[in-house]
Design a protein around this ligand. Structure first.
Ligand code: PBG
Length: 328
């Protein structure tokens, strides 16, 4: 009797792996610097950059350094930045965000003055500007949806007026996208687009970010951010945001939620974004610094994973390094 294991296979996927040029020919996913958005941390009333211990290699920069930083990023080919403020003017509402001379609007204006072609995509939320660290107005221990949405609209219009090109609302309030869309249109900003956090999970992976922005959260965000156990809910959240007028849908965090990204990409025609959050970055950095993984290959592999799952935009603290790696 013929031993089947001795029969030569007819189909040999290895044929297309035999030569580096053939591998390139059939490569399904490519990375380019235009895939990446660089988050930047800007702190009020400091004079020199301050290292963020929870995010090795990332600094909080003073406002006086914004122009230099943005020019450096631009020279590396980065065209999208997401500014985060570290505020010294916190209150119960985060009202500094909608003041004409508050930190948020100052950051946006300064970036635009330094580099009018740099696309500015501020995170639209309150947690860096509230004394309690929640993403909105707290009433009897509960984040009030509709009052928060009213304030998100004020913040969004202020950001658009300051020159923001696109807004990334991340508070996870119901109805925030339609309210912001209507607010922007009524204020004369129909071309300012919305990158909606379609689904932002209540994740432990935000840990290093909270210390990076001095957010001393009282309690947790489980009544507004999504439960990590649910994948189908992402389709509902995304459908709502799409109906409400979102231009791009984001999934956050990235690596633990690739299934969610993939299911959105099978179910929407809108472009998708993913946020590789602080905990994902910190794990890669620390593993690389401990000599456990080859940093560049490991990071590129996570990026390829995001694109394979359907993302065309990636927010990552690695953007600057990726821009350098992709140049060589
Ligand atoms: C605030 C906000 C958070 C992040 C981005 N925007 C923190 C949170 O929801 O607690 C986290 C980003 C990161 O971890 O890199 N709305």
């Amino acid at each position: 009797m013929e031993n089947p294991s001795l029969v030569a296979p007819v189909k040999r996927p290895r044929r297309l792996r035999a030569h580096t040029h053939i591998r390139q020919m059939v490569q399904e996913t490519q990375l380019s610097v235009s895939d990446f958005i660089q988050p930047i941390f800007i702190e009020e009333s400091i004079e020199a950059p301050v290292a963020i211990p929870s995010l090795p290699g990332v600094n909080r920069i003073p406002e006086s350094d914004i122009a230099r930083e943005v020019n450096e990023l631009y020279q590396l080919g980065i065209r999208y930045v997401m500014p985060f403020g570290i505020s010294k003017h916190k209150d119960e509402y985060g009202s500094d965000t909608w003041h004409n001379n508050g930190l948020l609007t100052r950051m946006i204006r300064t970036i635009k003055e330094a580099r009018p072609d740099m696309i500015v995509i501020p995170d639209i939320c309150f947690c860096e500007y509230t004394t309690h660290g929640h993403c909105g107005v707290v009433h009897d221990g509960y984040v009030d949806n509709d009052l928060t949405v009213t304030n998100l609209v004020k913040q969004s219009v202020a950001a658009a007026k300051a020159g923001a090109d696109m807004l990334a609302p991340s508070a996870m309030m119901d109805g925030q996208v339609s309210a912001i869309r209507q607010g922007l249109d009524a204020a004369g900003y129909p071309n300012v687009s919305i990158m909606a956090h379609a689904i932002k999970f209540a994740s432990a992976f935000y840990g290093p970010f909270r210390s990076a922005v001095d957010c001393e959260l009282e309690g947790d965000r489980n009544t507004y951010q999504a439960d990590p156990h649910n994948g189908r809910q992402a389709l509902l959240e995304a459908a709502l945001d799409e109906d409400e007028g979102a231009d791009i849908l984001m999934v956050k965090p990235g690596t633990p939620y690739l299934d969610v990204l993939k299911s959105l990409s099978d179910n929407t025609r809108l472009p998708l974004a993913v946020y590789q959050v602080s905990g994902e970055y910190a794990m890669l950095k620390n593993a690389a610094q401990a000599g456990l993984i080859e940093e560049q290959r490991a990071v590129l592999e996570t990026m390829v994973g995001f694109k394979r799952a359907g993302a065309s935009v990636i927010v990552t603290y690695y953007a600057k390094e990726l821009a350098q790696w992709l140049q060589h």
